[in-house]
Design a binder for this molecule. Structure first.
Ligand code: AMP
Length: 277
């Protein structure tokens, strides 16, 4: 467990003297099988794996769930020790954001696509600022991110390219529960009744993809999909079809490759999901 930048850098330097490669897996803890799959992917790519655990305050809005975000420290450490992770980078807030901290990355492109950014205007600035710091602190050869947060994966990939960050950003397909619900730390917020409803998001995404492939129009497909999600008890923030790489709006399937993305609230829990068409 490493808690300060200097010993982290010393550890990375030591590894580098042996010509070993390093992969970073950034997380906010409350680890589930999706995170552990990211660690396994990192393990396949690099000789050494660093997992960071940091609940990043700058990516939460003032009315969001920073203080109540699940923190399961002991379970996280136990899970990572099973996977023979080489280092756990666990800075505290003062280490990441010392007094006087006054710099923030302002991402454009996929970060202003009108999806998550429309509902969480603080989010990608905070994500990019912390991910940039983590990438500078660890200086990995690879960093792994989940497709579960699809827009985030595109934003981080664009940032790494734009700022000449040498780490290669690698995406991992979404890991799901047996009933299709995308694994998420926030699933812990769901009541038993909400948990039964939650897989609707993925089911509707699949239905929409099938209808689009069968030739149904985007407007009709997304309109019916949104209505079905609302009927199940969610309040929909967005259900959209976008270009899978740029996240630009599309008019027809032929403008693709297409990705369907959804965000919706079930009680106090906001869930997101996405699939390829
Ligand atoms: P978080 O701790 O929620 O910030 O997530 C840390 C990393 O895990 C991010 O790259 C997420 O996209 C990824 N992740 C979260 N849930 C899943 C999942 N169900 N499948 C794959 N990756 C995931």
């Amino acid at each position: 467990m490493i808690r300060a930048v200097a010993p982290l850098r010393a550890w990375v330097s030591h590894v580098r003297t042996r010509d070993e490669t390093v992969a970073l897996v950034p997380t906010m803890g409350a680890l589930h099988k999706g995170h552990l799959a990211l660690v396994r992917l990192a393990r396949r790519r690099a000789d050494r794996v660093v997992v960071s655990i940091f609940v990043n305050p700058t990516q939460f809005g003032p009315t969001e769930d920073f203080s109540s975000y699940p923190r399961t420290w002991d379970g996280d450490i136990a899970a990572l020790s099973q996977l023979s992770v080489d280092a756990i980078w666990a800075p505290n807030i003062a280490t990441m954001y010392p007094d006087g901290f006054a710099t923030r990355i302002v991402p454009g492109g996929p970060a202003v696509a009108g999806l998550e950014d429309k509902f969480r205007p603080h989010f990608f600035g905070g994500v990019c600022t912390v991910v940039e710091k983590l990438l500078l602190q660890v200086a990995p050869d690879f960093a792994t991110f989940g497709e579960k947060d699809y827009q985030q994966l595109k934003v981080v990939t664009a940032m790494a390219r734009d700022l000449d960050i040498p780490a290669k950003i690698i995406g991992l397909p979404t890991v799901r529960e047996k009933d299709g619900l995308a694994m998420s730390s926030r699933n812990a917020y769901l009541s038993a009744d909400e948990r039964k409803i939650a897989p609707t998001l993925y089911l509707v995404l699949q239905e929409c993809a099938a209808q689009l492939k069968a030739g149904q129009s985007l407007a009709q497909t997304l309109g019916e999909g949104e209505a079905e999600i609302e009927r199940s008890g969610f309040s929909v923030d967005y259900l959209e079809a976008r270009h899978a790489e740029t996240l630009a709006k599309i008019a027809t399937l032929a403008d693709g490759p297409v990705r369907l993305l959804v965000a919706a609230k079930l009680g106090r829990t906001r869930l997101i999901d996405n699939i390829a068409v």
